[in-house]
Design a protein around this ligand. Structure first.
Ligand code: KIV
Length: 308
């Protein structure tokens, strides 16, 4: 199977420079869609970066996708900064957004600035926080500290207790109008962009048309400035029957990995693994000593396993 061709105008070779807030603004101005996925580790960041994805979200969804927690409320700054550093190391071109976890910004402006600053020190280009008008003051405080902030409205998973679960937001005209108020408040507070999660397309489109800053969507329909998906949903890299309606699953990592582990276990049990090419040869008796190398790279016949 041949590799898919990256979308025109967005190939890694054409993106010789690091994506910045200016790049993202320019994409919107040109009417080009930005692309984004979540990333929590170094290899995923490298692969997405190579694929030409514009921005990576080190999402607190790591709580569920990586740590196996039931929701995003149980992850904190300690874990998020480990993921953020790994992703920042892997992203040469992609813009990296660190997701402020539950209670890292809600309590005070000082907390918000300190924790947002920790993401920036970890190599992120921006931070994201959830909420509309009620956190506009925090967005202002972080922006005034020189930190690029992405807002996040609609379904805000840190508020599932209040929302009554993972429910689509902005479905009525009145609810969509409140979302628009939230969006305006965040833009006025200095947010450089906005993410809208789980709303009907009409609500997202109205906000996109109203705001000057880039407006991205996850489960918010096509009429936004770019799309974010959770990479584990896209890749089929999750446990259980997760089928978000707004993601097209493009791979079956669960099956690939389970099959590889099963093949490995079988090859150990039936003694096909390790084979000679996996062994280290003992060094012939010599005065010089030396480092063990894979047997396949050495002419000697000795097959004693040595630790490298
Ligand atoms: O943590 C995350 O991945 C997110 C998305 C669901 C928007 O915040």
């Amino acid at each position: 199977m041949s590799a898919p061709t990256p979308a025109a105008g967005n190939t890694p070779s054409q993106r010789a420079h690091k994506v910045t807030v200016v790049t993202l603004r320019d994409l919107k101005a040109r009417g080009e869609r930005a692309t984004a996925v979540t990333a929590y580790d170094y290899p995923t960041a490298v692969f997405a970066d190579r694929a030409g994805v514009d921005w990576l979200l080190v999402g607190d969804s790591a709580a569920m996708t990586v740590l196996g927690l039931p929701n995003t409320l149980g992850i904190g700054m300690t874990e998020m900064l480990v993921f953020a550093r790994a992703v920042a190391r892997g992203a040469r071109h992609s813009f990296v957004v660190g997701d402020l976890p539950f209670l890292s910004y809600q309590v005070s402006d000082e907390d918000a600035i300190r924790n947002a600053g920790a993401f920036i020190a970890a190599g992120c280009d921006a931070v994201k926080c959830e909420g509309g008008r009620r956190i506009a003051q925090r967005v202002r405080a972080m922006s005034d500290a020189g930190i690029a902030v992405m807002g996040h409205i609609g379904l805000t998973p840190q508020a599932i207790g209040q929302l009554g679960g993972y429910r689509v937001q902005g479905r009525t005209r009145a609810a969509a109008a409140l979302l628009l108020d939230d969006a305006r408040a965040l833009q006025d507070a200095g947010a450089f962009s906005l993410l809208i999660e789980a709303t009907p397309p009409e609500a997202a489109e109205q906000i996109r048309d109203d705001l000057d800053i880039p407006v991205y969507g996850i489960g918010a329909g096509p009429d936004v400035d770019g799309q974010l998906v959770i990479s584990h949903d896209l890749l089929g890299n999750f446990v259980g029957d997760v089928k978000p309606r707004f993601v097209s699953r493009l791979a079956d990592v669960d099956k690939v990995v389970t099959t590889a582990f099963a093949d490995y276990a079988a090859s150990v049990r039936n003694r096909k693994f390790p084979a000679p090419e996996h062994w280290y040869a003992a060094l012939p008796e010599s005065k010089s000593g030396g480092t063990a190398r894979p047997a396949s790279k050495r002419p000697e016949r000795a097959r004693t396993v040595a630790r490298a």
